[in-house]
Design a protein around this ligand. Sequence first.
Ligand code: TRP
Length: 329
Amino acid sequence: MSIKNKQIVLSGIQPTGELHIGNYLGSLKNFIELQDKYQCYFFIATYHSITESYDPKVKHQQILDLAATFLAAGLDPKKCIIFNQADIPECTELAWIFNTITPISELYRMTQFKDKSSKQVKNINAGLLDYPVLQAADILLYKPNFVPVGHDQLQHLELSNEIVRWFNNKFGEYFQPIKPLLTKTPRVMSLLEPDKKMSKSAGPNHYIALSDEPEVIKEKLKRAVTGTGTEEVMPAGAQNLITLLSEFGTQKQVEYFQNAIQNKTIKYSELKETLSTAISDKLADFRAERNKLLSNPKKIELVLKAGAKKAEKIAKKTLKEVKELIGVA
Ligand code: TRP
């Protein structure tokens, strides 16, 4: 099938520092599979990330880090379009147009806005509220069929489809609704609080970063909360390690430890040791490749520029049509 007939997939990740294995299993791993089946756009959501407090001195490096992570994990610029959102000014222009048809009451309803504004009380900026409108713009510019996201982003995709409806009602049928692509991904929990999702905000010992060295992985797993080994039901922390072992280890290892937990013969130190080796081995090539890429930032910049060039062509065409439709050009 030629590229022209392929269905289109688009998604973005914010550059806010290192990704953890939960991010990898939840999105990046999935992107790598999608690039073979669809025409894919995967971008670095830089403008979304600056709605949180950040240090301008490190933002550029975070963009390069994320691009290097994309490439080292297996996204191939020959197969998919990788770019930095901030290289495509059309997304902010389309966001402005969408702003004029979006009731602010809809934005105040967004769970993520409520959540983030309660966490960053000193920085409730207009961008934080407008975030889902920018997201709708960077989706609809490329007219994708599917948008792979986690559950936390579903409300934003619903809003994108509302914007499609408001736009089409006002200016005539133009945008097609988009569909979220929810693939079954494992729920990866915090190592120290296994009743909470793995996240960076809780602190470095709660997660394993993709870039963690083997000794660090070992140390973090040593501290992971498990159980006493005598429980009737598998404790959440133990379940989490088993989930990770089923992603990074072998079926045989999983069965062995599952049985040991059931029979109450489990030695958690042994499970942690096995898991630590399994994760380190799986990530070894990734780590080496990422370090190699990061030692040559010019090369990463070139990949991003080449991606932006391709994305820009589509973005410009959409924006031109939209501006004509709404009567401003
Ligand atoms: N808001 C998304 C997140 O934090 C990132 C994002 C920005 C995105 N624009 C997007 C995801 C467009 C999918 C499509 O996860």
